[in-house]
Design a protein around this ligand. Structure first.
Ligand code: GLY
Length: 369
């Protein structure tokens, strides 16, 4: 069964389709969107092993022409250098304005390819086929694209909405399980922002989603992915360019990005792992500010423990460095940092009135661990 939700943005609206093995019927969903039956698939060398042959087979059977570009897997691929190489390859393939790019992979591929699509010939259509949990529930939806620079993560980018998002839950079964646990943080995030009933549901079903028996696991993953995409779509439809409420989706990210920066943006700490730690820190900060009950903070920590999240106390981070990284974050406005804080589970809000001494003390405590 294929489930569907729509991101309604006028003439830039698009569907998100979710199903088991949907990648094998990708051409059926892609064809109606093509202005010319010519595409370029861009993927990474891990995804190319298991998922690329499935997509290529589907396109071939439907007589859709494609070229494939395979990039190295890993966060380092989201660079100026790879952007330039990618654009150069697209130009030498003589891809035209009416052609379509397909991003097949996780958040790195989706962000880089989306950005390339947004500037290639001043903008070309692209389709997202996210293959990691993090990309399926967050980064493939909503049109944020970009690359990293030596000044920080995602600081160069654009808003460029895909024409379609195709989510195949079976792609999660060939992933390193660490990626599933990491992506799960972005699912928990939606419950913690404004949907306490969803958080309750995750308390019941989270462990099954992480590593339950295959049939039950697929069913729970499908339900959680749909719910997450609906939540994200609702926010994006309200505030596509993040002038306000969309920033709530950054719960845990101000802390998380600082942890990633301090770790050198390498695979020793995945984005989702840093977000899980960042969400806990955001709750601890909210408690420290006298806003969130301690019992809610405990529930959040317990839930991340039960679903195998990595702990910040296992890292030897320097608090002063973390504070410096936070100040370089793009969420600075008028020299002030915006934090997502909470008054309870499901009641998150934005504040740029946070005392950095509280932030420091929360980080110190957490790192003592
Ligand atoms: N990942 C947060 C957003 O798309 O706004």
């Amino acid at each position: 069964m294929t489930l569907k939700t729509t991101v309604d943005l006028g003439n830039r609206s698009y569907d998100i389709l979710i199903g088991e093995n949907i990648i094998d019927e990708a051409a059926h969903h892609i064809r109606p969107l093509l202005r010319r039956a010519k595409t370029v698939i861009i993927t990474d060398d891990n995804v190319a092993i298991h998922q690329l042959p499935r997509l290529e087979k589907s396109l071939t059977a439907a007589d859709i022409q494609y070229n494939t570009i395979t990039l190295p897997a890993g966060e380092a691929t989201k660079s100026y250098d790879n952007l330039e190489k990618l654009l150069d390859k697209l130009l030498s393939m003589r891809l035209e304005r009416n052609d379509t790019i397909i991003a097949l992979g996780g958040g790195v591929i989706g962000d880089l390819v989306g950005f390339a699509a947004s500037i290639y010939l001043r903008g070309i259509n692209f389709i997202q086929i996210p293959t990691t949990l993090l990309a399926q529930v967050d980064s493939s939806v909503g049109g944020k694209t970009g690359i990293n620079s030596r000044h920080g993560k995602n600081l160069i980018g654009s808003f460029h909405q895909p024409r379609l998002v195709l989510i195949d839950v079976t792609t999660l079964e060939t992933l390193d399980p660490r990626h599933v646990v990491a992506g799960y943080a972005e699912i928990v995030k939606y419950g913690l922002i404004n949907d306490p009933a969803f958080f309750n549901w995750l308390e019941q079903n989270g462990p099954m989603l992480i590593d339950g028996p295959v049939d039950e696991c697929r069913a729970v993953r499908t339900e959680a992915i749909l719910k997450s995409c609906e939540a994200k779509a609702a926010v994006v439809m309200q505030d596509e360019k993040e002038t306000g409420t969309r920033a709530l989706l950054n719960l845990g990210h101000t802390f998380g990005h600082a942890l990633e920066a301090e770790n050198g943006y390498n695979d020793g700490l995945f984005h989702g792992e840093a977000v899980a730690m960042g969400i806990i820190l955001a709750f601890q900060l909210s408690e420290k500010m006298g806003l969130c009950p301690a019992s809610d903070v405990k529930r959040v920590i317990k839930h991340f423990d039960l679903t195998s999240a990595r702990k910040i106390s296992a890292f030897d981070f320097n608090v002063e460095n973390l504070l410096e990284h936070m100040k370089a974050d793009k969420k600075m406005s008028d020299g002030k940092l915006t934090f997502v804080i909470t008054s309870a589970i499901g009641q998150a809000y934005l504040s740029n009135d946070v005392d950095m001494n509280d932030v420091k003390s929360v980080l110190k405590n957490a790192l003592k661990g």
